[in-house]
Design a protein around this ligand. Structure first.
Ligand SMILES: [Zn+2]
Length: 306
């Protein structure tokens, strides 16, 4: 009988994302029931609650149904079970084996960071696609909220969700083009950038070529990290995958693409526009050459007292 109880509890705990040996649960139940003469139901509750506390498990939503559909702007406390209808605005590179995917979700009220634990065994989501995410747990760190997906979470494809525009515009000089820009290879399984031909999760991979730029633009007051995807890289530099591959092959060195991008961008003025994601990167949606006269304009306005 206790064995049956222990088996059931092990399953329940595993649904919350933790693995506990059945023998250990059985021993705890046995101690309470057979030595301390605690009624079975009470023993079951006590042991389960102890695991929830000790393992910091998130209890399944009350009532067993799906947690309430919430808007991103209404996420104001952590440890809550919610559901979201949202678009995957961006997937981030992540090197942690415990995290399957991380990035940003957006709806018509805002954006929020999301994390999918590897052990939750969820199907991967795609950038630009919309889903109904049922049963997520809210979390916060240093005042910023995020949502975590776990074994209780389900992900169902949904019609396109409109994401609130939070574009930032800024004009300044490109003061740095970071290494890792140019021709890169991504893991076909998880989209991470391969380092020396290997993915942290999936090992050695042939990989798929991609082009991207990570740079810093400075308007004299702030330095802003910016990211350009393959399409934007082409629009701004004229280099597409085909050209980049040829450049790399001719030089027998993929770093020539990085060097060329630096030559084109460094020290030049641009107006960039796009959402600032994850509070750090401005994802460039539009980038136009600008004249370096901003400071002069500001100075004139100051003199004129405008
Ligand atoms: Zn991978």
């Amino acid at each position: 009988m206790l064995k049956e109880l222990a088996k059931e509890m092990r399953k329940k705990i595993s649904e919350l994302g933790a693995d506990v040996p059945q023998k250990e649960i059985e021993a705890k139940l046995d101690l309470l029931v057979n030595q301390y003469r605690v009624p079975e139901e009470e023993a079951r509750r006590t042991v389960f609650n102890q695991y929830v506390r000790d393992l910091k498990l998130q209890r399944a939503p009350a009532g067993g149904g799906d947690s309430p559909l919430t808007k991103i702007k209404d996420i104001t406390s952590d440890g809550k079970w919610i559901s979201l209808k949202a678009k995957v605005v961006q997937l981030w590179e992540n090197e942690k084996a415990s995290i399957a995917q991380a990035g940003l979700l957006g709806d018509d009220t805002g954006t929020i960071k999301f994390v999918v634990w590897t052990k939750s065994d969820l199907p991967p989501v795609e950038e630009g696609k919309s889903y109904i995410f049922k049963n997520l747990v809210t979390d916060s760190w240093q005042g910023r909220f995020s949502v975590k997906m776990n074994k209780t979470t389900t992900i169902v494809p949904a019609e396109d969700v409109e994401v609130a525009s939070n574009d930032t515009e800024m004009t300044g000089a490109v003061v740095d083009v970071q290494s890792g820009s140019g021709l890169v290879k991504r893991c076909p399984e998880c989209n991470r950038i391969l380092v020396k031909g290997a993915c942290v999760d999936h090992g050695k991979q042939e990989g798929e070529y991609d082009l991207r730029i990570k740079a810093v633009i400075d308007d004299g007051r702030t330095a802003q990290d910016i990211i350009l995807n393959q399409e934007m890289t082409y629009k701004v530099t004229g280099i597409d995958i085909k050209v980049a591959k040829k450049m790399a092959m001719d030089a027998v060195d993929p770093a020539v693409v990085y060097d060329e991008i630096k030559r084109i961008l460094l020290g030049k003025y641009f107006t960039v526009k796009g959402p600032v994601l994850g509070s750090r990167y401005l994802l460039v949606k539009d980038m136009q050459p600008a004249r370096a006269q901003l400071d002069l304009n500001t100075a004139v306005k100051k003199v004129e007292g405008i």
